[in-house]
Design a binder for this molecule. Sequence first.
Ligand SMILES: *Cc1c(COP(=O)(O)O)cnc(C)c1O
Length: 464
Amino acid sequence: MGKAKTKKQGKNWKKFWKLGVDDFNTQFFGISKDAELTATEGYHIYNLNDLAHKYGTPLQVVFPFIIEDRLKDLIGYFQAYMKIYGYKGKFFYHYPMKVNQNKEFILPLLSEGANLEATSANELWIVKKLWEEEKFNSKIRVLCNGPKTDQYLDLIEELRGKGMNIVPILESMEEVERLSKYRGDIGVRVDLNVKTDSHWDKKFDRFGLSEKDALGLSKMKNLKIMHYHMGSQIKTQKSIFEGVRYGFGLYTELQKTHPNLDTMDIGGGFGVPYEKKKFYTAKGVSSKIIKMLKGMADKAGIKHPNLVVEWGQYVVAPAEITIYKVLYKKIIPKANAKAWYIVDGSFMNDLKDTWAIHQKYHTIPVNNMQDPLKTAWLAGSTCDSDDKYTAGGNYILLPKLKEGQDQLVAILDTGAYQDGLASHHCLLSAPMKIVAQDGTIKIVRKRENAEAIGKLFGWNGDHK
Ligand SMILES: *Cc1c(COP(=O)(O)O)cnc(C)c1O
C-alpha cells in the first residue's frame, strides 16, 4: 500500500467494512443505525458494542448458530451433488477436534450430524466423557489420528469395547504391528506425493505412511479407510482437486490388496477468506469433487468410494469473534501507519497465528463505524515487541480516537485453532468467552483473575 493517509468509507459503511457478504462469511454481521457492529440470528440482533461494554474486554463471542448453519450447508452440498450425479457412495463429515475443542463448538457440531477426528488421547477422553454423559450416539464414528501412545491405544480399545465406532488411523509402520489385533475397522494415512499451495512445507512431511510403505502392507481385512491430509488453508481449489485425483489413484491400488477398503478420507485444508478477498467456494468445490470421483470410479470400474471430509477451520472459524478495547495511541513518525493503537489483550497470547504464521484477519471497528479513519498498527499489552498486528507492513483502518470515548476493535473469524494455541505471556488473562444463542447471552469462561493464572505457575498457597 501507498503512503499513510486518512480515508473515508463514504455512505455505504456495510459494504466498506465487507459485512453482509455470503462469500466472505460475513452474512450474519451488519451495522446498527448508531454505527455499531451487530450479529443477526434469525430475528435476534446482538449489538456487539453493548455486549463489550456490559461484559468488558478482551471478549470472545461464540455464535453456535453460525457453526450449525455452515455444517448444515456443507453436508447439504455434498449430499445434493451425490444425488444429482448419481453417486452411490456415502458422505461423512468428520470434525477435526484439534481445530477447537471447546464444548460450545463440539456440541452444536454433533447435533448437526458431525462425526469426529481426534489427534490425541486427551481429545479422545472428551469423547469418553460425552459417552458417559449419554451425549454421544454410538453411530458417531471417531477417527483416531496422531502417534498412538500406550495410553491412547488403551483408550481406543476401551471405547471400542463399549461398542463405540472408533477407527484408529495407522500413522506409522510401527503402528501396523501394534494394531494388527484390533478388532474394529482401521484406516491408513498416506503421505501423498502432491505439492499443495498452503503454509505447510510438504518437502519434509512426517505424517502417515509413505506411498511405498502403504502399498507394501499385507492384506488387512479390516482396512476400510484411506486417509490423506494435505495441509491447512489451501490457497487454490486446484490443489484440492489435485489431491483427490492423485489420492484416488492410490485408493484403487490399495483396494487390490485390501478388498474391504471402501472409504476415501480427503482430510482438511479448505480455506477461509480471512482477508475478505475473492475465494473458492464449498458449493463449487463439492460439486467438482463428486463429479471427479464418479468419473474416475466409473472409468476404473470400481464402486464409488464413501467420502470423508475433515474441513475444520472452514466450518468453525467464522463462528467466533474477538473484541479488544484500544487503551491509547502513540504517534509513529514517518511510517506506513500514523499511530500505534495499543489494545487491552494480546495478539501473541490470544491470536497466536498472527505471530506464528503471520495470519491476517479481518479487523474492523465495533463502534464509530461511520467516523473518519486513521491508519494504524495494532499492538498487544505484553512487553513483547512481537506482540503486534500488521506493524512494519500494511496498516489497519480504524476510527480516529475520540476524547472520553472507548474505541473497540473486532477481529473476525477467530474460531479456529487460536484457543488451543493460546498462552499466558506476561501473565495476561485470556479473553472472557460468552455465547450468543437464541437471543440470550451466557458467560462460558469467566475472566481469569490473578489467582487463577498464578496457580498455573505453582503459586497456589504453599510458597516454601
Ligand atoms: C488439522 C487437520 C484437519 C483440519 O484441517 P483444516 O485446515 O482446519 O481443515 C483435518 N484432518 C487432519 C488429519 C488434520 O491434521
